[in-house]
Every structure is written in C-alpha cells, then in structure tokens.
Design a protein around this ligand. Structure first.
Ligand SMILES: Cc1cc2nc3c(=O)[nH]c(=O)nc-3n(C[C@H](O)[C@H](O)[C@H](O)COP(=O)(O)O)c2cc1C
Length: 243
C-alpha cells in the first residue's frame, strides 16, 4: 500500500478474528518492522513476546479485570454518542465500536458491583482474545542506562514507535490488529499476565498487548475522525495557526 494510504488505513479491529494462522514469513516481516523503530541512542529498550500457543492464549484470555468507576467515567469522557458530537469534537471513540459491557454500565451504573455482569463481560472479552491468531506483548526494558531526566519517558515513547511499526506492517499485510489494554490497567491482572508469560521481575515493564489475526467478513470499522492540521499545528510560535 502507498505510505499515505497505509497510515490512513491503519485501524483498530475490535471483533472476532479467525484463528487462521499467520504465515511465519509475514510474522517475521512484522517483527522486522518492529526492529527498525527509532529508540533513544538506538538503545532498543524492548522485548517482544509472540504468543502462538493456543493453551497460553487461552490462559491469557482467562485473566479477568473489572473497571472501577474512574475507568468507566474515563471511557465515557471519550465516547462520542452521536455523529454530530464526533464531527464537532473530532476526537474520541464513536459509540458503535465500544464493547457492549461498557455501554451497559452507562445505562445501569449499579452493574459495576455485579459479579454475574462481570462474568458475562469477561466471557466475551475472553472470546475476543481466544479468536486471535497471535498475541504480541511489548515489554519495556527499564534497566538500561538512559541519558538525562527524560530517559524513561523517551524510552517509553520509543515503545510507541515499535507498536506503530508493527501495526502498519500488519495492516499492510492484510492482518488486523487490536490493542487490548483492560488487563494491563489493573496491577493484579497485569501480575497474572506476567506470571503466565514468565516475565522476569523488575527489569521489564509489560506495556502493550496486541491481538492479531484475519478478520471475519462481518467486521465493522470505527469511524475515522481526526483533528485537521490547522487544529493542532502552529507556525513559528504557538500563538500562530499553521495555514
Ligand atoms: C496505548 C493505547 C492503548 C489502547 N487500548 C485499546 C484497547 O484497550 N482497546 C481497543 O479497542 N483499542 C485500544 N486502543 C486503540 C485506540 O482506541 C484507537 O487507536 C483510536 O480510537 C483510533 O482508532 P483507529 O486505531 O481505528 O484509528 C489503544 C491505543 C493505544 C495507542
């Protein structure tokens, strides 16, 4: 795909994938893209765990999480409930791609304390994870010496570059991607993931989980909306709009 086209095509795919395996050659192309991400001093502060083993994927899918009120409120702050709202704010996530359990919480806030509700929500979430060809985990190596007070921040920024290279390479190969952050937000769930993946204590921070796979034909995309260049670019000084 042409570069500009690919960047605009890159998308979150939030539904069931088929378990059809990703050819090793394609997986290597995706990892090759990760390899060449820019990092501070070329320190390459990342490790990637590729999970193909169905039993490990199943174990990961069983790691549950619950959102607290803050997290639910955070979701709704960024949810756009109408097209008008989406188009005027030009940010956030359109309601049509939000998981049903989050929407249920909007209508019935008391569900936040309901075990049966969470059990059902987690079953659906588990299904999404199980229906992935591969899971990728990106770890940040926080033990590397950095330079200056921003060293860790810059290191973590470079994990974003790794993520983006993976995402673009995958989408270019016709492989869909979803970032899955629910378990990583909660210390207890993240600890369980670390145990399953046998990540050594302290040295590595587990930052990102990505599910990859081929889409079923029933997939539906979120609406692509972004601020215009003039909305966030400044010319010479912050007070001047870029035109
Ligand atoms: C650090 C990070 C975490 C994210 N976590 C999730 C997530 O848990 N679930 C999800 O569906 N999308 C997640 N996303 C995807 C964003 O919601 C998505 O990129 C954004 O809404 C724009 O949509 P697009 O990717 O289709 O362009 C995450 C993105 C980033 C960068």
């Amino acid at each position: 795909m042409d570069f500009q086209e690919l960047v605009k095509f890159r998308r979150s795919s939030r539904w069931l994938f088929s378990k059809k395996p990703i050819p090793d050659a394609d997986l290597r192309k995706i990892l090759e893209a990760a390899r060449f991400a820019p990092t501070p001093h070329n320190c390459q502060p990342f490790e990637i765990i590729v999970v193909k083993d169905r039993d490990i994927i199943r174990q990961i899918s069983k790691v549950e999480f619950r959102l607290d009120k803050n997290a639910v409120d955070g979701h709704f702050y960024w949810t756009r409930f109408t097209r008008e709202e989406l188009e005027s704010k030009k940010d956030g996530v359109y309601v049509d791609v939000l998981p049903k359990f989050v929407l249920d919480l909007k209508d019935n806030p008391q569900l936040i304390n309901d075990d049966t509700f969470w059990k059902k929500a987690m079953e659906l979430y588990a299904l999404l994870i199980q229906n992935s060809a591969v899971l990728l985990f990106i770890l940040y190596n926080r033990s590397l010496p950095g330079v200056g007070p921003l060293a860790h921040l810059w290191g973590i920024i470079s994990i974003g570059a790794v993520m983006q290279n993976i995402w673009l390479a995958a989408n270019d190969l016709g492989i869909s991607v979803q970032l899955v952050s629910g378990q990583l937000m909660l210390p207890e769930s993240a600890r369980k993931l670390r145990q399953i993946l046998q990540i050594p204590e302290k040295k590595f921070r587990l930052l990102l989980m990505m599910r990859l796979g081929y889409e079923s034909k029933f997939g539906k995309y979120g609406t692509k909306i972004r601020r215009e260049i003039e909305d966030f670019v400044h010319l010479n000084k912050f007070s001047n709009k870029f035109t």
